[in-house]
Write a protein that binds this ligand. Structure first.
Ligand code: SF4
Length: 378
């Protein structure tokens, strides 16, 4: 089966105030070393891959901020990937883009390099909320970025939106939803803001400088978005994701369907050959290992059958169509209804999940408390 290839670019112009991802301030001098390390890491895998593992049906360049790098650098990553792996015809090639780092020329270069999907971190259409988040762009720049991507010929665009921002009102959110739909992206991803411990935003809230978004308002925003987007011909296909027909994210579906993907770059994660592993997050350690000819892996965990079944259940339930029970049986040789009989019966009785078309899925009641449902399968 063809794999998904993820390439992490751990650089950002400036750290956003809510972010706890692995990212480092971008410096142009880092480019060449990083590209060389990625190339080296690709070759390490190129030596051991079977012909099946070698085939790639989705390539996702994420970050950080991949568009910190010059477009030529991103084009070089795609070219290198194409030399080591077999990018299948129609391979979905996504680049994450921050509106503050997009130029017309850069977009044209990415399109010429084969990028056929852009994921733009819009987050909000309100300048004051973008300031609260510490984003490097304003709302106008975000709007222009999406329009510029369209003009550059991209016909598969995702925009990310965040709800639950301190100070964000229901009215702000409704306006954001309206503007998002006006731009007519093929895909929309929602993120409920998490106040991650130790981030400047979390500290501002802890110190009472900012009021957190009330839980009821956050729930209202989530449920309103579902109604709004489905009312505008978007399919709600995953808890937080919406797509026009045929525009679901090929790459992200691999995560939710528990299919293999290989992550390259500092801090990248993989699910490959029955193991989950994560690369070194420190650039120094990543470079040291790769240039010594070693896999730059930091943590490795063998996925036992028990873990694999549990992941299959809670990741699959993120999909609105739910967990395919027949697929579970074919993959594990056991019926999910037997392995998880008490959990499934309890959740069915509570009305949190429902059985439909051979799948078990979150019910309307279970959707807003999905994490509680997932915990049953851990
Ligand atoms: S652009 Fe993304 S990865 Fe970079 S600091 Fe902001 S949220 Fe974090």
């Amino acid at each position: 089966m063809a794999i998904g290839l993820y390439i992490h670019v751990p650089f950002c112009v400036r750290k956003c105030l809510y972010c706890d991802f692995t990212s480092y301030p971008y410096h142009p001098l880092d480019d060449q070393t990083y590209l060389q390390a990625l190339r080296q890491e690709m070759h390490l895998y190129g030596k051991i891959l079977s012909s099946e593992e070698w085939e790639v049906s989705s390539l996702y360049i994420g970050g950080g901020t991949p568009t910190c790098l010059p477009a030529d650098g991103l084009a070089a990553i795609i070219e290198d990937a194409g030399c080591v792996f077999k990018l299948l015809p129609g391979c979905e090639i996504t680049v994450e883009a921050n509106p503050g780092t997009i130029s017309r020329e850069g977009l044209a270069r990415l399109a010429a390099a084969g990028v056929n999907r852009l994921s733009i971190g819009v987050q909000s259409f309100h300048d004051r909320l973008l300031k609260v988040l510490g984003r490097i762009h304003d709302a106008r720049t975000a709007l222009e970025a999406v329009r510029a991507a369209r003009k550059a010929g991209f016909d598969n665009i995702n925009i990310d939106l965040i709800f639950g921002i301190p100070g964000q009102s229901a009215g702000d959110w409704l306006e954001t939803l309206g503007l998002a739909v006006e731009l007519s992206p093929e895909h929309i991803s929602l993120y409920g803001l998490q106040l991650e411990a130790g981030t400047p935003l979390e500290q501002a809230v802890s110190l009472g400088k900012l009021a957190p978004c009330p839980e009821e308002l956050e729930l209202f925003m989530y449920m309103t978005a579902i109604d709004f987007f489905t009312g505008h011909c978007y399919e709600h296909y995953e808890i937080s994701n919406f797509a026009r027909p045929g525009r679901q994210s090929v790459h992200n579906l691999k995560y939710w369907l528990n299919l293999p993907y290989l992550g390259l770059g500092a801090g990248a994660h993989s699910c490959f050959r029955g193991e989950r592993f994560a690369n070194e997050t420190s650039l120094k350690l990543y470079f040291d290992k790769v240039f010594r000819g070693e896999y730059p892996v930091k943590d490795r965990e063998v996925i036992s059958e028990k873990i694999a079944m549990s992941e299959f259940m809670f990741l699959g339930m993120r999909l609105i169509r739910g967990v395919d029970l027949d697929l579970f049986h074919r993959r594990f040789g056991k019926r999910a209804e037997d392995v998880y009989s008490s959990q499934i019966n309890r959740l069915l009785e509570q009305g949190m999940i429902e059985a439909r078309d051979g799948c078990l899925r979150l019910s309307e009641k279970g959707l807003p408390v999905a994490n509680r449902v997932f915990c049953e399968f851990l």
